[in-house]
Design a protein around this ligand. Structure first.
Ligand code: ATP
Ligand code: MG
Length: 723
């Protein structure tokens, strides 16, 4: 196959660029990722680089897998030896090869988000901070942002600095790294050890980075550090799709690329091959509202195409029903795998899940990481982590008393004290069975460690799946899930699934340690294999993907743009880019939907239209709502009327009788709750709303429950659902 055949001249120029820095700066769907894969194949085919001299960094593991497949198709195999993965994968590989320069133990552990929060929570308690004003989640986010911005504890104020320092210390003691450490430590190694830097430099002789607009400062520093005199970097990206500012992404890395890499060649791609003209026009009109863009042309020669359609529903259920109708219409034309419903937050999936389940339409929720986040799976993984690394402190804390072995807070105090005195990791201290333990705790610890020791001995002899079986059985985790109630059955199934996953990895030649690393690196979007199911996913995890039909759901003020994001400076623009990313995923059909009321976390949203809808000139979409949404003036927060508010509309009449739409006044007063609604409550069971009192966050409902009688509830606090 001629590698350059299916490329336009600009793409060809980028693919066949020789040495030196190259930037491909271009809009969505213009073939940037295609250029990267073709360039890898071209470098190999022309003999300009050996596979081991090419490093390509993508944004997700899944994108990396796809890229490898494409290169293999282009070359008929031959991508072996090329590094293709995320920045974190790349950094982790480096740390696994060379843990010593940064003082890590050979088998260091990796903290996941839960581990991190637990650790910070302990520090907050230890330092006597107020947990309300110093929420672990917030502290972590600030530490992470500061780390990625290249700052140190001394650069931030108290109490953050103190928490940060203690956090670093405890991680060191536990012999574990978090995600940010991976990048930070990798950079530290490259900065201090010249021979390692040269080794890494050889593997990065040709370095290619996709989605460059979302690199952060640390990543940029890494990129600069590994390049040698030839400076063979290929960066591709689109500043309009920068959506990770909240995680430290610096769009300036791409905008000032030529300043960072003097003499860089810049190639622009202007033809969009993905979307029809109406989709491109609407997306373009939206992003045009952002300021400070470099601005670019994007055209398509795909004639015709269905108009972009807007549907404003009365509530999230009607939205889900309407979307499900469109999905069922489209499945015969493209298959379920070519359809995606994109939303701002994971919490919005539920109505869609219910509706699609009811209709028997296959779907998958992408990015929930649900399986790996189940408690029972994490427990089992913690045991496996301890088999591989006996000193994994977070794993030890998690499961030393699961199932119960008489190891409570008092025992942990003894162990912590001993660990501090002896200056050893907590599990090591526990293995020494220090004085002061109760007889029961001592027996419990002995049992626990003998199980782990035995499992470690079996590591060489048992097949990986069998080893997992052994650990599940002997630890008592399986017995803990014994019984017939559905919850326990699910737990047992989860454990078996885990064993099967380990077994499968084993058959592909992965040992347990490698498997655990891969699990630690899983991230949103990794399970996004299309298959034959509709994808429900967040906008963030949709980056880089494309589908025949896309629904951008929940276009309401406060949701998209998201209320918390908008509070940050530049937040609104980032949210607009996020919407732009969503719209540009569509090849043939794009639907925009919103709901006039929506229940999320027990409270109703504003009911105002997303200002992004108001950004779109009305001739760029077709309003198919029962009650048409109209352009209602500037999107001043608080000033816009509720989405779909019926207005006198001389030119257009509602295509359906508005009987299906609830009176807006009632919605506003009762946040969508109305007397007569059937409801369900966790504890009280089912009941009927008798009255709504107050409004907004102060709304109270008088509910008569079938079982327990009359109760007055605040729906934003009580877990109340419509039945
Ligand atoms: P995004 O900004 O969303 O990451 P992108 O610029 O990386 O998009 P690609 O995903 O590489 O774009 O390409 C978009 C679509 O256009 C793909 O389906 C790709 O195969 C197709 N495409 C790109 N270039 C060409 C071309 N020269 N001829 C035909 N199809 C092309
Ligand atoms: Mg791409």
């Amino acid at each position: 196959m001629n590698l350059l055949e299916n490329l336009n001249p600009a793409q060809r120029e980028a693919v066949t660029h020789g040495k030196g820095p190259l930037l491909v700066l271009a809009g969505a769907g213009s073939g940037k990722t295609r250029v990267l894969t073709h360039r890898i194949a071209w470098l190999l085919a022309e003999g300009l680089a050996r596979p081991t001299e090419i490093t390509a960094v993508t944004f997700t593991n899944k994108a990396a897998r796809e890229m490898r497949e494409r290169v293999d198709v282009l070359l008929g195999g031959g991508s072996r030896g090329v590094f293709l993965g995320t920045f974190h994968r790349w950094a982790l590989d480096l740390l696994r090869r060379h843990p010593e320069p940064v003082g890590l133990p050979r088998r260091f552990g990796i903290l996941d988000a839960d581990d991190q929060r637990a650790l910070i929570g302990r520090i907050v308690k230890e330092l006597g901070l107020d947990e309300k004003s110093a929420a672990p989640r917030t502290l972590l986010a600030r530490i992470s942002a500061a780390t990625n911005a290249g700052r140190r504890p001394a650069d931030v104020g108290e109490p953050l600095a103190q928490v940060w320092e203690r956090y670093a210390e405890l991680k060191r003691r536990a012999g574990a790294v978090d995600f940010d450490d991976m990048l930070l430590f990798a950079l530290r190694i490259l900065n201090t050890d010249e021979s390692i830097r040269r080794e890494v430099g050889r593997a990065c002789r040709f370095l290619l980075v996709d989605e460059f607009q979302d690199t952060n400062r640390l990543q940029m520093a890494l990129v600069k550090r590994v390049l040698d005199g030839e400076r063979n970097i290929t960066a591709v990206g689109d500043e309009d799709q920068s959506i990770y500012r909240w995680r430290g992404a610096e769009v300036d890395n791409i905008l000032s690329f030529e300043a960072h890499f003097p003499g860089a060649r810049v190639v622009k791609l202007e033809q969009n091959y993905r979307s029809t003209a109406p989709i491109l026009a609407a997306a373009g009109a939206l992003i045009a509202r952002n300021e400070g863009r470099r601005g670019k042309t994007l055209f398509t020669d795909r004639e015709g195409g269905d108009p972009v359609r807007l549907f404003v529903a009365a509530d999230e259920r009607e939205e889900a029903r309407w979307v499900a109708d469109r999905i069922q219409e489209t499945i015969p034309r493209t298959g379920a795998g070519e359809i995606a419903v994109l939303m701002r937050t994971n919490a919005q999936t539920r109505p869609f899940e219910e509706e699609l389940t009811r209709r028997g339409v296959p779907y998958r929720v992408v990015g929930g990481l649900r399986f790996w986040q189940r408690a029972v799976v994490k427990d089992a993984l913690a045991y496996l982590r301890l088999v591989v690394n006996p000193d994994d402190e977070m794993a030890f804390r998690r499961v030393v008393n699961v199932p119960a072995r008489g190891i409570g807070a008092a025992t942990m105090d003894v162990l912590e004290h001993h660990a501090a005195v002896r200056g050893v990791p907590l599990p090591a201290a526990a293995r020494e069975l220090p004085d002061g333990l109760s007889a029961r705790a001592r027996r419990g610890l002995e049992q626990f460690f003998s199980l782990l020791a035995e499992a470690r001995r079996q590591l060489e002899t048992l097949a990986p799946g069998d080893l997992v079986g052994f650990v599940l059985e002997r630890s008592g985790l399986l017995a803990l899930a014994d019984g017939d109630d559905p919850e326990r059955i699910v737990r047992r199934e989860n454990m078996l699934q885990l064993a099967a996953a380990v077994e499968e990895a084993g058959q592909q030649g992965q040992d347990l340690a490698t498997f655990l690393d891969a699990v630690a690196l899983l991230e949103e979007g990794d399970d996004a294999g299309k298959g034959d199911a509709v994808s429900l996913m967040t906008l963030h995890s949709a980056k880089g993907l494309e589908f025949d039909m896309v629904v951008l759901a929940g276009l309401e003020d406060g949701l998209l743009p998201h209320a918390t994001a908008v509070r940050e400076s530049g937040g609104l623009e980032e949210e607009r880019r996020l919407a732009y990313v969503g719209m540009t995923r569509a090849r043939r059909w794009l639907y925009l939907t919103a709901a006039r009321t929506r229940f999320l976390f027990g409270s109703a949203t504003s009911g105002r239209p997303s200002p992004f809808l108001l950004d779109l000139p009305p001739d760029l979409y077709e309003d198919v709502s029962f009650v048409p949404f109209r352009r209602c003036g500037p999107p001043v927060p608080g000033a816009a009327p509720p989405v779909g508010h019926p207005r006198p509309s001389p030119g257009r009449s509602a295509p359906r009788p508005s009987a299906r739409v609830r009176p807006t006044a009632t919605d506003a007063a009762g946040n969508g709750w109305r007397p007569g609604d059937r409801v369900r409550h966790d504890r009280f069971g089912t009941g009927v709303v008798l009255a709504c009192q107050g409004r907004g966050p102060r709304l109270k409902l008088v509910v008569f429950f079938d079982r327990v009688g009359r109760k007055v509830l605040v729906p934003t606090i009580a877990r109340l659902e419509k039945a």
